[in-house]
Design a protein around this ligand. Structure first.
Ligand SMILES: [Zn+2]
Length: 109
């Protein structure tokens, strides 16, 4: 049963994929795509084989949860929220300036 299996799940030992050096990308002369050796994850099991979906999905969920937690902790750091607000304002101002320049260009000015 899937439920009892999940209770005993342990994150498998992984290694960086030797084919793509962890990028998950295969880059050829004229095209690129997901690395076939690691299914595009950049990781392989300790046996060098691609990780199974049963292992990958909970690993991805854990990584997502860790990233969300780190982001929340970062927002608690003094000054970060203010810096973020300033950054957003700078981006918005840049966009307004670019739009103004475009409008001016359309008018032939
Ligand atoms: Zn790979």
């Amino acid at each position: 049963m899937a439920k009892s299996k999940a209770l005993h799940w342990q994150e498998p030992a992984t290694e960086v994929c030797p084919q793509c050096n962890g990028s998950g990308e295969w880059v050829g002369m004229f095209s690129s795509g997901p690395c076939a050796n690691c299914d595009g994850t950049g990781l392989v099991g300790s046996d060098g084989e691609p990780l199974s979906t049963d292992d990958l999905l909970p690993m991805m969920r854990r990584q997502r949860d860790r990233a969300v937690q780190q982001f929340r902790q970062l927002l608690q750091t003094p000054g970060v929220r203010e810096a973020l607000a300033e950054h957003r304002e700078r981006l918005a101002q840049k966009e307004r300036d670019e739009h103004a320049a475009l409008r001016k260009g359309l008018r032939g000015g």
